[in-house]
Design a protein around this ligand. Structure first.
Ligand code: G4P
Length: 292
């Protein structure tokens, strides 16, 4: 389910998040490991400024392992506790309460030094739509928490879920909007499926995706589509080069219409679908140095 973000929604989402953050000790920010920069909310650093933050790269089963490691280092250098997780299988997620507990150590010591017993660590999962917030909450709760309306503004009684011995997790995630200003961010969100397909132009997204893959993963394209001519070197393929690749893939995969012309809609959909289902391998669309 994808949210249409209107100014009213955004203001409400921000207000709700600020209220929720007051209740918790640690913010668990979830991003998509295939697009760790593009899947972050632009205001998160302001909104969550005064709380320790755990940064989780989710969907690592679909991402390039080497780049996931680079992203983790990048976030660690920025001072976050950053970790890779696969919420679908639970890989990595079993350690979340420990990571959270490390982040509350200083606060706990303060409380205990005054002779009180520190309470459980309270945490909140936040992120843009579709990064896997509900999947992770269900995973940590070890049961299916009814998915509330995936719309900012829908409030229901929220509850704490006990996770391990030391953590309590708010059962409703904080949902924030993605970055809007940068068209490349939008195209990356669309390519990964974070934006509803009805709202995207497949040809636009496929052209962009092929451009990124030509630079980043020419061998993956070559292998998948058996094309010799795509060992592209350089950083800025010309549109003609991208169209030539599009044509070659369409032809190779039989996406043709009358007169031997390429069916661009079908070719575009095929490329996007194959990227999303890892037919081209585990690929990440951005690296830290590009986004600094
Ligand atoms: P949200 O609450 O942040 O909006 O995201 P949600 O948990 O609904 O997850 C969005 C989609 O991402 C779901 O797929 C979910 O299964 C998938 N997902 C979440 N975490 C992971 C992960 O670590 N790896 C992989 N491969 N997928 C993950 P869906 O197709 O929308 O739904 P469904 O097919 O699971 O029903």
């Amino acid at each position: 389910l994808t949210i249409q973000w209107y100014p009213g929604h955004m203001a409400k989402a921000k207000r709700q998040m600020i209220e929720k953050i007051k209740l918790i000790d640690v913010v668990i920010e979830l991003v998509d490991a295939r697009i760790p920069f593009s899947s972050r909310n632009p205001l998160i650093d302001d909104i969550a400024a005064n709380k320790p933050r755990l940064l989780i790269l989710n969907k690592t089963d679909m991402a390039d392992g080497q780049l996931t490691a680079e992203w983790i280092n990048y976030f660690k250098d920025k001072g976050y506790s950053a970790h890779a997780v696969n919420a679908q299988t639970g890989k990595g997620s079993e350690n979340i309460s420990e990571w959270v507990h490390e982040l509350t150590a200083a606060k706990r010591e303060k409380v205990e030094s005054k002779g009180f017993r520190a309470r459980a660590d309270r945490a909140l999962i936040i992120g843009i739509p579709n990064v896997g917030k509900s999947t992770l909450i269900n995973r940590l709760a070890k049961r299916k928490i009814a998915k509330i309306g995936d719309r900012p503004g829908v409030t229901k009684g929220q509850q704490w879920i006990k996770v391990g011995k030391t953590m309590e997790l708010l059962d409703t995630p904080g949902i924030l909007w993605p970055k809007f200003e940068d068209p490349e961010v939008g195209l990356k969100l669309a390519a990964t499926g974070a934006i509803k397909d009805e709202l995207i132009d497949f040809q636009d997204v496929a052209v962009y995706l092929l451009k990124v893959l030509m630079v980043r993963y020419p061998h993956a394209l070559k292998e998948r589509y058996g094309l010799a001519e795509i060992s592209y070197e350089g950083n800025e393929p010309a549109i003609e080069e991208i169209v030539a690749l599009f044509d070659a893939i369409g032809k190779k995969r039989g996406c043709v219409i009358g007169g031997g012309n390429i069916d661009y809609d079908r070719t575009a959909e095929l490329v996007i679908r194959e990227f999303r289902t890892q037919k081209l391998g585990k690929l990440t669309l951005e690296s830290p140095e590009e986004t600094l």
